[in-house]
Design a binder for this molecule. Structure first.
Ligand SMILES: Nc1ncnc2c1ncn2[C@@H]1O[C@H](COP(=O)(O)OP(=O)(O)OP(=O)(O)O)[C@@H](O)[C@H]1O
Ligand SMILES: [Mg+2]
Length: 477
């Protein structure tokens, strides 16, 4: 059964994330020697060798669990994106602003629509989640307030956006809006479900810019005028975007409705990131397991990445995982360096994993063409390959226009580069170059159940191994 709208979690895909725990000592981490640590900090890395090398799965798992417990206080959940920390250092002002704008909903008034802007990892989703949590706590008795939080990065079409929004209010299977209805009927179904719920509905559209890039602003127009059609419910839109210019693409009416209030989230600097990491580390790790320099290094790397707190936390968590693998008793700056290298690979894989389905197929088509040619591929050619793949996968191919929007999206994610080329009388087209290592990205996509049926056969090495495992079998080698 789907969660009640009030409890609906943000449909944000999990991203690799981080944290470490630090001694809540007064001295800054950089000046502190870990409690109980050796006098010579150069020994601090000392990977504690296990007493015996584990030889069975059970010993191996026990050893892993044991080393984990030496660093973490409890679960690693504290370091994940889905965790909403009770305090958000350096976002006090933004929390207050969002709360002030949405608070009228607690008194039964209709708040203004709100747009939140800021680069990635600047705490936009976390701030809204925290305000949401607090508001719902205060409205438990009246039930006159609901939140629906959708991540537009996971929603392919306006149709699924309206359907998902409506269905988050369905109390029974029978009330749900099925797939197959016309768009108008879905819209009417959504309104009916909202009116049945009543009260103020705050619809948070996270990564709203991706929706607009992909499908235009038609659905936002529909949503922004919904209050004229709703009978008992009232809806407020909260858009969250990391593209500061996306409103330029909006129709003037939609822009002015969405823009009733707006808040900019500035990037964090290295010192602010250090505070964020220390606080989270205190919750996540045992006292004294984070060496001097770890927080500083994670913060410095992330500050170079546009002040992205997610990246900083991911580095911290991965550093802890690296330390666990080394059976180390503490996390050291060397673990941060290893973590940074790992993270760069993981980011590509993760990024592919969270693409919407047609976008994954498109990316795979681009990679295939590029792998064959090793030179730029033209969008027309890519579209043809995409169509063939989609058909083989039993998907209805999207129109060239939507695919062109996905090309722009893949470019904005840094996976490809597209440059406009002139083709004489043939007009202009885009030439696509792959900007990620094919050797890692293709297998990552092929692991996806969606792409697997059209993926390449297993690599030569793996097939050889298979044949060694089954000496009786004849194979291509
Ligand atoms: N001030 C803060 N204090 C503690 N944790 C924070 C703070 N800001 C961000 N974080 C954490 O950093 C991670 C990224 O934050 P969040 O998801 O809110 O960023 P965002 O601005 O929504 O990024 P994106 O644009 O990529 O969606 C989350 O785990 C969040 O809890
Ligand atoms: Mg976000």
């Amino acid at each position: 059964m789907p969660p009640a709208p009030e409890d609906r979690p943000a449909e944000t895909p999990e991203r690799p994330e981080p944290t470490y725990a630090t001694n809540p000592a007064v001295a800054p981490v950089g000046d502190r020697r870990p409690a109980g640590g050796p006098a010579n900090p150069s020994n601090v890395t000392g990977a504690a060798p296990p007493t015996g090398t584990p030889s069975s799965a059970s010993e191996f798992l026990d050893a892993l669990l044991q080393s984990k417990s030496e660093l973490f206080r409890g679960t690693k959940e504290v370091l994940r994106d889905s965790y909403v920390p009770s305090r958000l250092p350096h976002r006090e002002q933004q929390v207050r602003q969002v709360a002030e704008i949405l608070a009228p909903a607690l008194r039964g008034d209709i708040p203004s629509n709100l747009l939140i802007y800021g680069k990635i990892g600047t705490g936009k989703t976390a701030v809204v989640a925290q305000v949401r949590q607090e508001m719902l706590r205060r409205t438990e008795l009246t039930g006159q307030l609901s939140f629906v939080t959708l991540n537009c990065g996971n929603i392919d079409t306006p149709y699924s956006l309206l359907q998902t929004t409506g269905n988050s209010f369905a109390k029974t299977e029978g009330e749900r809006i099925p797939t197959g209805w016309s768009l108008d009927r879905v819209q009417a179904g959504m309104r009916r479900l909202m009116d049945a719920k009543g009260g103020t509905i705050i619809l948070v559209l996270d990564e709203i810019d991706r929706l607009v890039a992909r499908s235009g602003d038609g659905v936002l127009y529909t949503l922004s005028q919904l209050n004229t059609e709703l009978e008992t419910a009232r809806m407020v839109l909260v858009g969250i975007s990391n593209d500061l210019k996306f409103t330029n693409q909006l129709d003037a009416r939609v822009r002015s409705r969405l823009n009733e209030e707006k808040i900019l989230f500035p990037p964090y600097d290295a010192l602010q990131l250090q505070d964020i990491l220390r606080e989270r580390a205190r919750e996540a790790f045992r006292d004294g397991v984070v060496d001097p320099g770890v927080v500083e290094r994670c913060a410095a790397y992330a500050a170079l990445e546009n002040g992205d707190a997610r990246r900083a936390l991911a580095l911290l968590r991965l550093s802890a995982e690296m330390a666990e693998r080394d059976h180390a008793k503490r996390i050291t700056p060397d673990h941060v360096v290893k973590a940074k290298n790992r993270l760069e690979q993981d980011i590509i894989v993760e990024c592919c994993r969270t693409l919407p389905p047609h976008c994954k197929v498109l990316l795979y088509a681009i990679l295939q063409s590029y792998e064959r040619r090793r030179t730029g591929v033209l969008t027309g050619e890519v579209y043809e390959s995409y169509k063939r793949l989609a058909e083989r996968l039993g998907l209805q191919p999207l129109h060239a226009r939507s695919i062109s929007n996905y090309v722009s999206e893949l470019e904005s994610l840094g996976l490809i580069r597209a440059t406009i080329v002139s083709r004489g009388r043939g007009g202009r087209t885009r030439e696509i170059i792959v900007d990620v290592p094919i050797s890692e990205t293709m297998p990552a996509l092929e692991e996806d159940p969606l792409i697997a049926p059209v993926g390449r056969p297993k690599s030569r090495g793996q097939m050889l191994l298979t044949n060694f495992d089954n000496p009786g079998r004849t194979g291509p080698f």
